[in-house]
Design a protein around this ligand. Structure first.
Ligand SMILES: NC(=O)c1ccc[n+]([C@@H]2O[C@H](COP(=O)([O-])OP(=O)(O)OC[C@H]3O[C@@H](n4cnc5c(N)ncnc54)[C@H](OP(=O)(O)O)[C@@H]3O)[C@@H](O)[C@H]2O)c1
Length: 201
Protein backbone atom coordinates (compact mmCIF):
# COMPACT_ATOMS: atom_id res chain seq x y z
CA UNK A 1 0.00 0.00 0.00
CA UNK A 2 1.59 3.27 -1.09
CA UNK A 3 -0.90 6.01 -0.25
CA UNK A 4 -0.61 5.99 3.49
CA UNK A 5 0.91 8.45 5.95
CA UNK A 6 4.30 7.83 7.55
CA UNK A 7 3.24 5.84 10.63
CA UNK A 8 5.05 6.28 13.95
CA UNK A 9 4.16 4.01 16.87
CA UNK A 10 4.74 5.66 20.22
CA UNK A 11 4.31 4.24 23.67
CA UNK A 12 5.73 4.42 27.15
CA UNK A 13 6.40 1.30 29.20
CA UNK A 14 7.52 0.35 32.64
CA UNK A 15 10.91 -1.28 33.12
CA UNK A 16 9.07 -4.61 33.53
CA UNK A 17 7.41 -4.12 30.12
CA UNK A 18 3.86 -2.95 30.85
CA UNK A 19 2.19 0.03 29.15
CA UNK A 20 -0.46 0.43 31.84
CA UNK A 21 -3.16 -1.35 33.80
CA UNK A 22 -6.75 -1.98 32.80
CA UNK A 23 -9.14 0.92 33.56
CA UNK A 24 -6.39 2.94 35.25
CA UNK A 25 -4.63 6.06 34.05
CA UNK A 26 -0.96 5.63 34.98
CA UNK A 27 1.75 8.14 34.08
CA UNK A 28 5.07 6.35 33.57
CA UNK A 29 7.63 8.78 32.14
CA UNK A 30 9.23 11.98 33.42
CA UNK A 31 8.30 15.57 32.49
CA UNK A 32 11.16 15.91 29.98
CA UNK A 33 9.82 12.93 28.04
CA UNK A 34 6.33 14.38 28.28
CA UNK A 35 7.52 17.62 26.67
CA UNK A 36 9.36 15.68 23.99
CA UNK A 37 6.19 13.76 23.16
CA UNK A 38 4.32 17.04 22.80
CA UNK A 39 7.07 18.29 20.47
CA UNK A 40 6.67 15.12 18.38
CA UNK A 41 2.93 15.77 18.22
CA UNK A 42 3.59 19.25 16.81
CA UNK A 43 5.73 17.71 14.05
CA UNK A 44 3.07 15.37 12.61
CA UNK A 45 -0.26 15.86 10.88
CA UNK A 46 -2.30 13.52 13.13
CA UNK A 47 -2.39 11.45 16.34
CA UNK A 48 -4.47 8.28 16.61
CA UNK A 49 -5.85 6.45 19.65
CA UNK A 50 -8.45 3.77 20.30
CA UNK A 51 -11.69 4.20 22.24
CA UNK A 52 -10.18 2.23 25.15
CA UNK A 53 -7.53 4.88 25.74
CA UNK A 54 -10.08 7.69 25.59
CA UNK A 55 -12.28 5.85 28.10
CA UNK A 56 -9.47 5.11 30.55
CA UNK A 57 -7.18 8.17 30.19
CA UNK A 58 -9.43 10.87 28.66
CA UNK A 59 -6.40 12.41 26.87
CA UNK A 60 -6.46 15.86 25.25
CA UNK A 61 -3.93 14.86 22.57
CA UNK A 62 -2.64 18.42 22.20
CA UNK A 63 0.81 20.01 22.20
CA UNK A 64 0.19 22.11 25.32
CA UNK A 65 3.53 21.33 27.03
CA UNK A 66 5.48 22.55 24.03
CA UNK A 67 5.15 24.98 21.13
CA UNK A 68 3.53 24.32 17.81
CA UNK A 69 0.13 23.62 16.41
CA UNK A 70 -2.12 20.78 17.46
CA UNK A 71 -2.36 17.94 14.97
CA UNK A 72 -5.62 16.36 13.89
CA UNK A 73 -6.91 13.88 16.48
CA UNK A 74 -8.10 10.54 15.13
CA UNK A 75 -10.16 8.18 17.27
CA UNK A 76 -11.27 4.63 16.44
CA UNK A 77 -14.68 4.21 18.05
CA UNK A 78 -16.67 1.69 16.03
CA UNK A 79 -19.71 1.76 18.35
CA UNK A 80 -19.69 5.50 19.20
CA UNK A 81 -19.15 4.81 22.90
CA UNK A 82 -17.46 8.15 23.55
CA UNK A 83 -19.26 11.33 24.45
CA UNK A 84 -19.12 15.02 25.11
CA UNK A 85 -17.10 14.70 28.32
CA UNK A 86 -14.13 13.30 26.45
CA UNK A 87 -11.49 15.97 25.84
CA UNK A 88 -10.77 14.66 22.33
CA UNK A 89 -14.00 16.43 21.32
CA UNK A 90 -13.07 19.84 22.74
CA UNK A 91 -12.36 22.73 20.37
CA UNK A 92 -8.58 22.80 20.88
CA UNK A 93 -8.08 20.73 17.72
CA UNK A 94 -10.02 19.01 14.98
CA UNK A 95 -11.04 15.38 15.42
CA UNK A 96 -11.95 12.57 13.05
CA UNK A 97 -13.82 9.57 14.43
CA UNK A 98 -13.76 6.34 12.45
CA UNK A 99 -16.97 4.51 13.26
CA UNK A 100 -19.20 1.70 11.99
CA UNK A 101 -22.34 3.66 12.94
CA UNK A 102 -23.96 5.63 10.16
CA UNK A 103 -25.78 8.13 12.36
CA UNK A 104 -24.06 11.32 13.50
CA UNK A 105 -23.05 11.14 17.13
CA UNK A 106 -25.75 12.97 19.09
CA UNK A 107 -23.58 13.91 22.06
CA UNK A 108 -20.52 15.51 20.50
CA UNK A 109 -19.92 19.00 19.20
CA UNK A 110 -17.33 21.31 17.70
CA UNK A 111 -15.11 20.29 14.83
CA UNK A 112 -15.65 16.56 14.85
CA UNK A 113 -15.98 14.67 11.60
CA UNK A 114 -17.33 11.12 11.37
CA UNK A 115 -16.07 8.70 8.76
CA UNK A 116 -17.62 5.28 8.09
CA UNK A 117 -15.09 3.20 6.15
CA UNK A 118 -16.38 0.64 3.63
CA UNK A 119 -14.19 -1.99 5.26
CA UNK A 120 -13.05 -1.82 8.86
CA UNK A 121 -9.35 -2.16 8.18
CA UNK A 122 -6.48 -0.01 9.38
CA UNK A 123 -5.20 0.11 5.78
CA UNK A 124 -8.43 1.70 4.59
CA UNK A 125 -8.39 4.21 7.45
CA UNK A 126 -4.78 5.15 6.65
CA UNK A 127 -5.70 5.50 2.96
CA UNK A 128 -8.66 7.70 3.93
CA UNK A 129 -6.44 9.94 6.08
CA UNK A 130 -3.84 10.18 3.31
CA UNK A 131 -6.56 11.26 0.87
CA UNK A 132 -7.43 14.05 3.36
CA UNK A 133 -3.85 15.35 3.30
CA UNK A 134 -2.44 13.50 6.32
CA UNK A 135 1.18 12.58 5.54
CA UNK A 136 2.42 11.63 9.02
CA UNK A 137 0.68 10.13 12.04
CA UNK A 138 1.65 9.07 15.57
CA UNK A 139 -0.18 6.04 16.94
CA UNK A 140 -0.39 6.67 20.69
CA UNK A 141 -2.24 3.56 21.83
CA UNK A 142 -3.52 1.79 23.67
CA UNK A 143 -2.58 -1.85 23.76
CA UNK A 144 -5.14 -3.22 21.26
CA UNK A 145 -4.55 -0.47 18.74
CA UNK A 146 -0.75 -0.75 18.92
CA UNK A 147 -0.94 -4.54 18.59
CA UNK A 148 -3.24 -4.20 15.56
CA UNK A 149 -0.79 -1.89 13.77
CA UNK A 150 2.10 -4.24 14.63
CA UNK A 151 0.12 -7.37 13.55
CA UNK A 152 -0.67 -5.69 10.23
CA UNK A 153 2.96 -4.59 9.87
CA UNK A 154 1.58 -1.12 9.38
CA UNK A 155 4.30 1.06 10.84
CA UNK A 156 7.44 2.82 9.66
CA UNK A 157 9.05 3.96 12.90
CA UNK A 158 8.55 3.31 16.61
CA UNK A 159 9.54 5.54 19.53
CA UNK A 160 9.48 3.70 22.81
CA UNK A 161 10.07 5.33 26.15
CA UNK A 162 11.02 3.08 29.03
CA UNK A 163 10.58 4.49 32.52
CA UNK A 164 12.35 3.28 35.65
CA UNK A 165 9.05 2.40 37.34
CA UNK A 166 7.86 -1.18 37.83
CA UNK A 167 4.16 -2.05 37.49
CA UNK A 168 4.39 -5.82 38.26
CA UNK A 169 1.06 -6.51 36.50
CA UNK A 170 -0.81 -4.93 33.63
CA UNK A 171 -1.09 -4.59 29.86
CA UNK A 172 1.99 -6.02 28.15
CA UNK A 173 3.87 -3.74 25.77
CA UNK A 174 3.76 -4.71 22.06
CA UNK A 175 6.65 -6.76 20.66
CA UNK A 176 8.29 -5.34 17.56
CA UNK A 177 10.62 -8.27 16.74
CA UNK A 178 13.49 -6.07 15.62
CA UNK A 179 16.34 -4.21 17.28
CA UNK A 180 16.40 -0.46 18.02
CA UNK A 181 18.50 1.65 15.67
CA UNK A 182 19.13 4.41 18.25
CA UNK A 183 18.97 4.79 21.99
CA UNK A 184 19.04 7.94 24.16
CA UNK A 185 18.75 8.69 27.86
CA UNK A 186 16.22 11.30 28.96
CA UNK A 187 17.29 11.49 32.59
CA UNK A 188 15.50 8.55 34.22
CA UNK A 189 13.83 7.41 30.97
CA UNK A 190 15.31 5.61 27.98
CA UNK A 191 14.17 6.39 24.44
CA UNK A 192 14.61 3.71 21.79
CA UNK A 193 13.95 4.36 18.11
CA UNK A 194 13.00 1.48 15.81
CA UNK A 195 12.76 1.48 12.05
CA UNK A 196 10.53 -1.19 10.53
CA UNK A 197 12.79 -3.34 8.33
CA UNK A 198 9.73 -4.27 6.23
CA UNK A 199 8.69 -0.65 5.61
CA UNK A 200 8.81 0.08 1.87
CA UNK A 201 9.76 3.75 2.35
N1 LIG B 1 1.85 3.66 28.07
C1 LIG B 1 1.35 4.19 26.97
O1 LIG B 1 2.08 4.74 26.13
C2 LIG B 1 -0.13 4.14 26.74
C3 LIG B 1 -0.69 4.91 25.70
C4 LIG B 1 -2.06 4.84 25.50
C5 LIG B 1 -2.84 4.04 26.31
N2 LIG B 1 -2.27 3.32 27.29
C6 LIG B 1 -3.09 2.44 28.14
O2 LIG B 1 -3.69 1.46 27.31
C7 LIG B 1 -4.94 1.10 27.89
C8 LIG B 1 -6.00 1.15 26.84
O3 LIG B 1 -5.70 0.17 25.88
P1 LIG B 1 -6.84 -0.76 25.30
O4 LIG B 1 -6.17 -1.89 24.59
O5 LIG B 1 -7.81 -1.07 26.37
O6 LIG B 1 -7.62 0.22 24.32
P2 LIG B 1 -7.21 0.94 22.95
O7 LIG B 1 -6.18 0.14 22.22
O8 LIG B 1 -6.95 2.37 23.22
O9 LIG B 1 -8.60 0.88 22.17
C9 LIG B 1 -9.08 -0.37 21.77
C10 LIG B 1 -10.44 -0.20 21.17
O10 LIG B 1 -10.34 0.50 19.92
C11 LIG B 1 -11.36 0.04 19.08
N3 LIG B 1 -10.80 -0.44 17.83
C12 LIG B 1 -11.36 -0.20 16.62
N4 LIG B 1 -10.66 -0.75 15.65
C13 LIG B 1 -9.63 -1.38 16.21
C14 LIG B 1 -8.55 -2.13 15.68
N5 LIG B 1 -8.40 -2.33 14.36
N6 LIG B 1 -7.66 -2.66 16.53
C15 LIG B 1 -7.79 -2.46 17.86
N7 LIG B 1 -8.79 -1.74 18.42
C16 LIG B 1 -9.71 -1.20 17.60
C17 LIG B 1 -12.07 -1.11 19.80
O11 LIG B 1 -13.23 -0.57 20.43
P3 LIG B 1 -14.64 -0.53 19.63
O12 LIG B 1 -14.88 -1.95 19.17
O13 LIG B 1 -15.60 -0.05 20.63
O14 LIG B 1 -14.44 0.39 18.47
C18 LIG B 1 -11.08 -1.51 20.85
O15 LIG B 1 -11.67 -2.10 21.98
C19 LIG B 1 -5.19 2.03 29.04
O16 LIG B 1 -4.89 1.38 30.25
C20 LIG B 1 -4.22 3.16 28.80
O17 LIG B 1 -3.82 3.78 29.99
C21 LIG B 1 -0.94 3.35 27.54
Amino acid sequence: MLDKPFIILKYAKSIDNYIGQKNKSIWLTNNFSKRLVHKWRSEVDAILVGSGTVLSDNPKLTTRFNFGSNPLRVVLDSQLKLGVNNYVFNNEAKTIVFTKKNNIHPKTKNETKYVVPNNWTLEEMMFSLHSQGIRSIIIEGGQKILNSFVANDLWDEARILTAKKELFVGLKAPELNCEPIKEFKILTDTLQIYSNPKSIR
